[in-house]
Design a protein. Structure first.
Length: 358
C-alpha cells in the first residue's frame, strides 16, 4: 500500500494541474474580474474561459435556481420558474435591445417603489419598516439590505440610517500617512498633509471617520481569521464599543452568533487613480445597512431593495443585485433620475463576449 501511494505519473508535469481533477465553480453572468484601468477587452480577457486552460475543462451546467427554491413551497413553482427565467434573461442580456452591451429594460410594476420626495426615506421605510421610530429587530438587519451601484450612494444611506439609531455610539478617527516604501516619501509628506489624506475615500478601506453604535450592522473589509469565519464580506452586529477594540456578533455562516473582537488594522488602498500609496490605520469595518452591488456577491438575503439613483455600469451588476433574494416577493427597486422622478426602466450591462466557449 505504501508503494502504491508513492506512484507518480511521469507525464504529470505536462498535464493541466499536474493531472489532478480540479472543480471550478463560476457564473459568467456575474460581475467580471476587476481590472484597474482595464478596457472592456482586458476585462473579457481576464475571464477563465479566455485562458489556455479552458480547452482542458469539461463544462457542466446547473439549471435550477436553488437560492429561490430553498424557502418556497410547491404551490409557487410556476411563479418561481418565471422569476428565475427573468433573472437568467437579465444575466444573458436577452431582455431589451442590446446596443454594444448596454440596453434599457422595463422593470415589472410588482418590483417597483415610487418616491414622492425623499428617495432614501422611501427605500428605508420599505425594507426596514419602523426603523425610524425605534424598531431595530436584529432579524431585519440580518436578512435585509439596500444595494446600490456606487459607494457614495451607499455611504449616504448608511449615514442616514445611523442617524436614527439612538443607541450608544463612538466616532473613530483613522491615522493616515504616506507609505514609507515610496521613494519620494519625504516630498509626498510635505505635499499630502494628514488633512488631505483624511479626506480621501477609497474602495476597500474604511473612511477616516467611522461612527459606530451598539446594534449597528457592519461588514468586515479584510480577512482576519478564516476558522472563525472572519473573512472579507462577513456581516456582524456591533455589541460593545471600546477605544482600541470592538466586540461584534457574527450574523451569518457556521459561526453565526459568535462574539468576536475586532482590532484596528493598517490598510493600504489599491485604487489605481492614486499616484501614491498611503496607509490608513482604522477598524476594517463599514456600516452595512446598505452595501454596493459588488460587495453583496455571495450574500443570500430575504429582502433586497435596489436603489438605482444612478444606473449600473459594469457587466453583471444588475443580475447580481436581483439574484441576492431567496424569495420571489423579496425584491424591490427604486429607480429615479437626477430630478428624483421615479422611473420604470433602467440600464442593464452585459458583455456577451464573456459567454464565448461556454
Amino acid at each position: 500500500m505504501r508503494d502504491l501511494l508513492r506512484v507518480q505519473n511521469p507525464r504529470s508535469f505536462e498535464m493541466t494541474f499536474g493531472g489532478k481533477t480540479v472543480v471550478l465553480g463560476a457564473d459568467f453572468r456575474q460581475i467580471s474580474p476587476v481590472i484597474p484601468k482595464g478596457t472592456r477587452q482586458d476585462i473579457v480577457g481576464a475571464s477563465i474561459n479566455s485562458s489556455y486552460l479552458w480547452r482542458s475543462c469539461k463544462v457542466f451546467r446547473l439549471t435550477k435556481n436553488l437560492r429561490l427554491r430553498a424557502l418556497q413551497s410547491k404551490s409557487g413553482v410556476q411563479e418561481i420558474e418565471e422569476h428565475a427565467k427573468w433573472i437568467a434573461d437579465i444575466g444573458d442580456g436577452t431582455i431589451g435591445d442590446s446596443l454594444d452591451g448596454e440596453c434599457e429594460i422595463n422593470i415589472p410594476d410588482k418590483f417597483l417603489l415610487k418616491s414622492v420626495e425623499d428617495p432614501i426615506c422611501t427605500i428605508v421605510d420599505s425594507i426596514f419598516p419602523g426603523f425610524r421610530i425605534g424598531n431595530r429587530d436584529v432579524k431585519y438587519l440580518k436578512d435585509c439590505a439596500i444595494l446600490a451601484p456606487t459607494l457614495d450612494v451607499v455611504d449616504n444611506i448608511n449615514e442616514y440610517m445611523n442617524g436614527y439609531n439612538t443607541a450608544e455610539g463612538m466616532a473613530y478617527l483613522s491615522c493616515d500617512s504616506v507609505c514609507k516604501s515610496d521613494s519620494n516619501v519625504d516630498m509626498l509628506a510635505d505635499l499630502h498633509t494628514p488633512e488631505f489624506l483624511n479626506g480621501l475615500r477609497c474602495s476597500g478601506v474604511p473612511n477616516h471617520s467611522l461612527t459606530l453604535k451598539v446594534g449597528s450592522p457592519v461588514m468586515l473589509m479584510r480577512n482576519i481569521d478564516h476558522s472563525l469565519g472572519l473573512c472579507n464580506g462577513t456581516r456582524m452586529i456591533i455589541s460593545k464599543l471600546a477605544t482600541h477594540v470592538l466586540e461584534a456578533q457574527i450574523l451569518t455562516g457556521t459561526s453565526a452568533g459568535t462574539k468576536v473582537l475586532i482590532p484596528r488594522m493598517s490598510l493600504t488602498p489599491s485604487d489605481p487613480r492614486l499616484p501614491f500609496k498611503f496607509q490608513r490605520k482604522q477598524f476594517p469595518l463599514m456600516l452595512s445597512y446598505a452595501m454596493t452591488i459588488n460587495k453583496s456577491q455571495g450574500q443570500t438575503l430575504s429582502n433586497v431593495d435596489l436603489f438605482l439613483k444612478r444606473p449600473v455600469f459594469n457587466h453583471g451588476q444588475l443580475y447580481v443585485a436581483v439574484l441576492r433574494v431567496s424569495n420571489t416577493s423579496g425584491l424591490k427597486m427604486l429607480i429615479c433620475d437626477e430630478n428624483i422622478q421615479s422611473k420604470n426602466t433602467t440600464t442593464n450591462v452585459v458583455n456577451k463576449e464573456v459567454f464565448n466557449n461556454v
